[in-house]
Design a protein around this ligand. Structure first.
Ligand SMILES: Nc1nc2c(ncn2[C@@H]2O[C@H](COP(=O)(O)OP(=O)(O)OP(=O)(O)O)[C@@H](O)[C@H]2O)c(=O)[nH]1
Length: 896
């Protein structure tokens, strides 16, 4: 079964209701003959071909100026709505159209007559339209000239104006009142459409369903014609928000064929917005307002960039750097750097890491100067920043408590804290954060709440000199014990003043005087014995003497005149650090310089982070922590170690860089430890030499005091004015953890004479990478130490004269350069040794020989009286008559 379009079989149904269908698609019902008297109703859709001109081309968007023939704008009030759809279709087929009620009710003759009349009218209209279009072209030209003139005045808009010269006339046409009425007839031409879009814009009655809404040109902006009802709501709102009045809109009776579809089409096809100029092929290019705005914005930005004065910087370049980081350091956009690299043939991303050479090339290309730094340089300027003397203000002292086991260190710390909390803040809950602050007569004192010299030396080993004053706790009933002596040595090694707290005086067996006397033997001279060391009798149990102890601390602090600059970025040491389940990494730090505030970025050891909160020893969140304030820091990325230094970094990048560098160092150290390097005497010797130290620090442990004294005496003998052995600590008994930490802190070697290290000490030594040397013969020990100490002496340079040769003639040999024809006048001349060129007994040059030849052969030496050819390495200024002195240099290692 096929559709039959034959007139005989087609019966137009006049009862068809008017529906909103695309104008190009017309529907009718026909009765189809099925044979043998049977018929069937068939719905027939007729798709009309639309003609926009005599050349029978489909309707296309035609710019008013460029294509004047079928004038889109028909400002003639006499043309009625019903007639308008007919106008662009003069060559429609003669078959009766089934597009509307009116035509359906006319007879065939009437319809034919009407069609003819309409065709004539269309031809007439076309002629008039052509004339009008020509007029429009003229006007447009005039406007274009005007626009060009304005564009010259306004540089930013020049490009925009030049690109759409056809715009102004549209605006002008719109300004005419007639246009508003006639506008519905025009959209097919006004609005650029795709072929498929055109029929959709028509109602079944032939009228355009979505007439153009004409927007008058805003001052300085082109006029815009957009499809009226066919536009999406967004576009309407956009027009409103722009303040562009929507004029020329059709009354509401004009309905939209497929609004939703059209909105999508509009979005996809910017061509519906006619603002642009003309392409080469005569079609009008549209450009959305937002695109224009973007262009304007881009143009404005580029103008601004050109105007902005370029700041040339000194760019710090590490061995490797990411392109992004480099761009930041140069204050350039990374996209510009990437563009430059692309030009150089390298495709890279902002995150890519480049080496310092390439980074330097880029920086220089961008006009900056560079400063190459080595890895360790990343820390420069972060730690140990000096302060001006005038900026220093008094700060509280930081106190550590040391002493022998069970002499009452913990009890004393608790007693002091308890007394203070009760006095200062009734009911206040103190928490253990590793350090706390107390107040004595208005003066603050900071206590490091980790008793024992282990913590003390662990800190020192990491370079943290935290403590200002050491409290040496000695039980009055027990007097001086081995760890008391160790503590004294630790304090002395750190150069920290001691205050002796003679504890447990409440005990009946207490004998404070004995303590004082015994301390004398260890060079601790207390005041009551005529010395300068303050001593206080206390009882941690009863609290007696605690005030006196605090006063002694304040007094000692005054003597020390402790100062720090609070008005700078903070720097200090980590006292304790742990990983808290709820709070993440928590580190108790002691601010030593400057003031620490939440939000700052810090580097602590090989960790970094942004300070999320500062919590003091009472659990309060505080806004800042000044010098000598212990405070808990939340927000670190990892957990640093006690004794690690911390400092505020200027930005996250720098902090991360330092942390990464330190983590690398830690890894390398761990590897080195496995190789057992650091602790060897030889290694230590090299380190000390590099540091320019002429002292050889030692920790000596022996079986009996007598052997230690013998060793000390022997070592004293081998010491000279240039280098000497310094015994940091010595004592009888096994080598303990404390010895290891002291050795680590003092960079000392550990010597065990007839003693061994206990397991904990062995572990600690392995961790710290310290070698322990064991001896049982004193001479072996002194020989080793002597050899190691000899290494501290600089080697001696010894020069041996070999001979003289006189230059007889100078030959200039191609590719070889100048060669001196010489005769050895004294001694001998050797190849590969040092030579000096003497002219009139003045040394002109000192260097090495490149060649030494006899006749044509290279020889190793030439004796007196013989002739030879000689050439210098990298030196050519030789003349006949010059004398060549030949000598050998030896570096002689010195021994003690
Ligand atoms: N009678 C009396 N006993 C005290 C005093 N101070 C501390 N003690 C006691 O001495 C013992 C040891 O005290 P700790 O404070 O634990 O001593 P420590 O030095 O911290 O000990 P370690 O932590 O093991 O090094 C405890 O039983 C205390 O009760 C005091 O002033 N008088």
């Amino acid at each position: 079964m096929t559709d039959n379009n034959d007139d005989k079989t087609l019966h137009v149904s006049g009862k068809k209701t008017l529906t909103l269908k695309p104008s190009g698609l017309q529907q009718g019902t026909v009765r189809q003959d099925m044979g043998r008297g049977r018929t069937k109703a068939v719905v027939v859709e007729t798709r009309k071909r639309r003609h926009s001109g005599p050349d029978d081309k489909p309707a296309v968007v035609t710019p008013i100026v460029a294509k004047p023939a079928p004038q889109p704008v028909q400002p003639q009030p006499r043309i009625h709505q019903q007639e308008q759809p007919r106008r662009p279709e003069p060559q429609r087929r003669p078959e009766p159209s089934r597009t509307g009620n009116v035509l359906n009710e006319l007879s065939a003759g009437e319809m034919e007559a009407r069609r003819r009349a309409l065709a004539e009218a269309a031809v007439r209209d076309a002629a008039e339209a052509k004339a009008r279009a020509e007029e429009a072209v003229r006007r447009e030209k005039a406007m274009a000239e005007e626009a060009a003139r304005q564009a010259a005045e306004d540089a930013a808009r020049k490009a925009e104006e030049a690109s759409r010269p056809a715009v102004e006339p549209v605006a002008e046409v719109k300004a005419e009142p007639v246009v508003e009425r006639v506008a519905p007839a025009a959209p097919a031409e006004l609005v650029r459409r795709t072929d498929s879009a055109a029929p959709q814009a028509r109602r079944p009655d032939g009228r355009p369903a979505a007439p153009a809404v004409l927007q008058p040109a805003a001052p300085g902006k082109p006029g815009v014609a957009v499809p009226g009802r066919g536009r999406g709501r967004d576009e309407e709102e956009e027009s409103r928000s722009r303040g562009t009045p929507v004029r020329g809109k059709l009354p509401s009776r004009v309905e939209v064929a497929k609004p939703v579809r059209k909105v999508e089409d509009n979005r996809r096809a910017p061509t519906k917005v006619v603002v642009g100029g003309e392409d080469e092929d005569g079609t009008q290019r549209g450009r959305s307002l937002s695109a224009m705005r973007r262009r304007q914005e881009k143009f404005r930005r580029s103008q601004m960039q050109e105007v902005r004065e370029k700041v040339l910087r000194e760019v710090i370049l590490p061995e490797t750097i990411s392109i992004q980081e480099l761009s930041q350091r140069m204050s350039e956009r990374s996209v510009d750097v990437i563009k430059f690299l692309m030009k150089e043939g390298q495709m890279m991303k902002a995150g890519d890491i480049i080496d310092a050479d390439l980074a330097e090339l880029i920086a220089v290309e961008f006009g900056h100067t560079v400063k190459r730094v080595s890895e360790s340089d990343v820390e420069i300027g972060i730690f140990n920043r000096d302060d001006e003397e005038g900026e220093m203000l008094p700060r509280p002292p930081v106190v550590t408590i040391m002493g022998h086991v069970d002499h009452g260190k913990t009890s004393l710390l608790d007693a002091i804290r308890h007394a203070n909390v009760v006095a200062g803040e009734a009911g206040g809950i103190t928490q253990h954060i590793g350090a706390y602050q107390v107040e004595q007569n208005g003066s603050k004192i900071t206590f490091i709440d980790t008793p024992g010299h282990a913590a003390f030396t662990a800190m020192r080993a990491r370079g943290a000199q935290v403590t200002d004053i050491a409290i040496l706790v000695v039980a009055a009933d027990d007097s001086v014990m081995p760890q008391t002596i160790e503590s004294i040595n630790h304090a002395k090694a750190a150069g920290v003043p001691i205050i002796v707290a003679i504890n447990k005086v409440d005990k009946p067996s207490a004998n404070p005087q004995k303590v004082r006397t015994e301390l004398l033997q260890h060079e601790v001279f207390v005041e009551s014995m005529g010395g300068e060391v303050l001593d206080v009798e206390v009882s941690a149990k009863t609290g007696a003497g605690l005030d006196k102890l605090l006063e002694a601390i304040v007094l000692q602090a005054e003597i020390l005149d402790l100062r720090a600059n609070p008005n700078r970025t903070a720097e200090g040491s980590v006292v304790e650090a742990k990983l808290d389940r709820g709070r993440g990494s928590v580190a108790t730090v002691l601010v030593q310089k400057g003031t620490l505030r939440p939000g700052q970025i810090i580097v602590a050891g090989d960790q970094w982070g942004r300070v999320r909160a500062l919590v003091n020893d009472r659990g309060d969140h505080i806004k800042e922590a000044g010098p000598a304030t212990p405070v808990e820091i939340l927000g670190l990325q990892g957990t640093p170690q006690a004794g690690d230094r911390f400092a505020v970094a200027e930005n996250e990048g720098r902090a991360r860089e330092i942390a990464e560098y330190r983590q690398r160092l830690t890894r390398e150290k761990a590897v080195a430890r496995h190789a057992g390097q650091r602790g060897s005497l030889e290694q230590m010797m090299t380190q000390l030499t590099a540091a320019g130290v002429k002292e050889f620090p030692l920790v000596i442990k022996g079986d009996v005091q007598g052997s230690i004294e013998a060793i000390a005496g022997a070592l004293d003998k081998i010491s000279t004015g240039e280098v000497r052995a310094r015994i940091v600590h010595s004592g009888a008994g096994a080598i303990t953890e404390s010895d290891i930490s002291l050795a680590e802190a003092s960079n000392a070697a550990i010597i065990g004479f007839n003693v061994r290290a206990n397991p904990q000490a062995r572990d600690a030594a392995e961790r710290a990478g310290i070698e322990i040397r064991y001896y049982n013969i004193i001479y072996d020990l002194t020989d080793d130490v002597k050899a190691a100490m000899s290494g501290l002496l600089p080697p001696e340079r010894r020069e041996t004269f070999l001979g003289y040769a006189t230059i007889r003639e100078v030959f200039n040999i191609t590719k070889v350069g100048k060669v001196a024809g010489c005769q050895v006048t004294e001694g001998k001349v050797e190849r590969g040794v040092g030579v000096r060129l003497l002219r009139d007994n003045v040394v002109i040059h000192e260097g090495k020989l490149k060649t030494l030849k006899r006749f044509k052969d290279e020889v190793s030496e030439v004796q007196t009286g013989q002739e030879c050819g000689m050439a210098f390495e990298n030196y050519e200024d030789i003349r006949a008559g010059d004398v060549i002195e030949c000598f050998r240099v030896e570096m002689i290692t010195r021994t003690l």
